[in-house]
Design a protein around this ligand. Structure first.
Ligand code: IPD
Ligand code: CA
Ligand code: CA
Length: 272
């Protein structure tokens, strides 16, 4: 087999092309979508479905046999050879609520896992036309320019991003307690509205940290690799690594990790 890194770089180039093409579909639908509610406050549009269909078809053509895990229930998840070591994790539109209101950011998140480890991550912020890419071991790039996490060393100087609960409110008290602790300790907190882009913005040093519960693998797989390749750290709220499927995510520039982990302690037992 070829040097895996070269193979991953080739696959990244295909993923970048597909993300940009998918971005055109999203742009076409911006401002003219019909919104459906899959569940309470869980929106889907024909753009989400069309983008997912486009991406899964293209991946199947380019990489026959690779497995696919994608958000929308179009009978496309887990397709491919069960024994393949390769699996794509796709969010066709991350930030659908923003998208339906015409509020940036929102975008496409594509990750490739090889033997259970994410090796390629691509996040495309459509309204800002910003493409974030990483290959494991090769650093993180924003529109082709190398980037890295911030060097912020104290919470007092930190800007933190999060996702407010908006579907499941059973643990709102704990969330508000954690949020209050973070608000008191830092320069401020933001809620942009797309987890993959929160992570991309940590990876390139705009935010110093991110926390959210209840996230799915398609929200985080690509963005986690971006943060790690930018020199940051990603864990669950207990400090455990590889939280792709953990439904709890804490990402920081590394220097602030333990301090932010301590602040979100009220959410230790929350996974929704
Ligand atoms: C959502 C966004 C949002 C986060 C939610 C996700 P979707 O993804 O990433 O920022 O707070 O938890 O589900 O539904 O727009 O793909
Ligand atoms: Ca998502
Ligand atoms: Ca989505």
């Amino acid at each position: 087999m070829r040097e895996p890194r070269l193979l991953y770089e080739e696959i990244r180039d295909v993923a970048v092309r597909l993300a940009r093409e998918a971005g055109q579909i999203v742009r076409y639908y911006a401002g003219r979508v019909t919104v459906r509610e899959k569940d309470y406050n869980e929106l889907v549009t024909q753009a989400d479905e069309e983008v997912q269909h486009f991406l899964t078809e293209a991946i199947r053509r380019n990489f026959p046999g690779h497995a696919i895990l994608a958000e929308e229930d179009l009978g496309e998840t887990q397709q491919g050879n069960e024994r393949t070591p390769f699996r794509w994790i796709i969010d066709p539109i991350d930030g659908t609520t923003n998208f339906t209101h015409g509020v940036p950011p929102y975008g496409i998140s594509l990750a490739l896992q090889h033997e259970g480890r994410t090796v390629v991550g691509v996040v495309y912020d459509v309204p800002h036309d910003e493409l974030f890419t990483a290959v494991r071991g090769g650093g993180v790039y924003v529109n082709g320019v190398r980037a890295c996490v911030s060097s912020t060393a104290t919470l007092r100087e930190a800007l933190i991003t999060t996702g407010f609960p908006y579907r499941e409110m059973g643990h709102l008290e704990e969330y508000l307690e954690a949020l209050g602790r973070v608000m008191r300790a830092t320069q401020g907190v933001r809620r942009p509205g797309a987890a993959s882009i929160d992570l991309a913005w940590v990876a390139c040093g705009r935010f110093d940290g991110f926390f959210e519960t209840g996230l799915s693998p398609w929200d985080v797989a690509a963005g986690m690799l971006l943060v790690e390749e930018g020199g940051g750290r990603v864990t669950d709220f207990h400090g455990r690594p590889n939280p792709t499927f953990a439904r709890q995510l804490l990402a920081t520039n590394g220097r602030l990790h333990e301090a932010l982990c301590e602040l979100v302690a009220p959410l230790h037992h929350v996974y929704v």
